[in-house]
Design a protein around this ligand. Structure first.
Ligand code: GDP
Length: 218
């Protein structure tokens, strides 16, 4: 087993520990490990998904007050990598100026942070690929790094509705097929966590094999 990787039986995200919050780009810690970035529209279910993956009830805080100071939260994993919880986007009630400012932070982090090894994008399965979700793909896509989409709240759909949405979302992502994968997920039913871990885990293996890729400028 390569050094630094958890044994197969142990969850990648188990025992994640909060390390630091950044309110702006200049607060970001110097890169010290592979970062798995989590982003999503507010209320899409990102905090719940992080908690489900970590097997915790309150690692990421669920149902934050919209509009309060938004932070980039770093959680250190047992293998030295980081889970980075990015501020939710698309709050309806946030003043335009603050919204623009946060979009600038997200754009800069996603497009320039060399230590990111992949992006997990959380979408409500009933409303996948909104304009802002596509914006994330546009910002992060040019890095060439992998993106994995969790279509969450799948428990709110029938099995056939969910399958249809998965299929339709994949079809829309054909232009990104080399880089983007999609799956159904439910924090309520705790379904999809193994698949997500397998994919995210593979990013870390690739990163360990070629860390110079991550550290390359740009
Ligand atoms: P965030 O703003 O993206 O972090 O979203 P939250 O994780 O706070 O979830 C927003 C709301 O959706 C909360 O009321 C959650 O309880 C609910 N929610 C999140 N995930 C699921 C899920 O998988 N199934 C169902 N039924 N509800 C969910």
């Amino acid at each position: 087993m390569p050094a630094g990787l958890p044994p197969r039986s142990m969850s990648l995200f188990a025992n994640a520990v909060f390390t630091i919050s950044a309110a702006k780009l200049s607060d970001l810690p110097p890169p010290s490990g592979a970062e798995i970035a989590f982003a999503g529209r507010s209320n899409a279910g990102k905090s719940s998904a992080i908690n489900t993956l970590a097997g915790r009830t309150r690692l990421a805080f669920v149902s934050k007050t919209p509009g309060r100071t938004q932070l980039i939260n770093f959680f250190r994993l047992e293998n030295g990598a980081f889970l980075v919880d990015l501020p939710g986007y698309g709050y309806a009630d946030v003043p335009e100026e603050i919204r623009r400012q946060w979009q600038g932070v997200l754009a800069a982090y996603l497009s320039r942070r060399s230590s990111i090894c992949g992006l997990v994008l959380i979408m409500d399965a009933r409303r996948p690929l909104t304009e802002l979700d596509r914006q994330m793909l546009e910002w992060f896509g040019p890095t060439g790094k992998p993106i994995h989409i969790l279509l969450t709240k799948a428990d709110k759909l029938t099995r056939s509705e969910a399958a249809k949405i998965l299929h339709a979302t994949r079809a829309e992502l054909v232009p990104w097929a080399d880089q983007v994968s999609v799956q159904l997920f439910s924090s309520l039913k705790k379904t999809g966590a193994e698949e997500a871990e397998r994919i995210i885990g593979s990013w870390l293996v690739a990163d360990e094999a070629a860390p110079e890729k991550r550290n390359a400028p740009g």
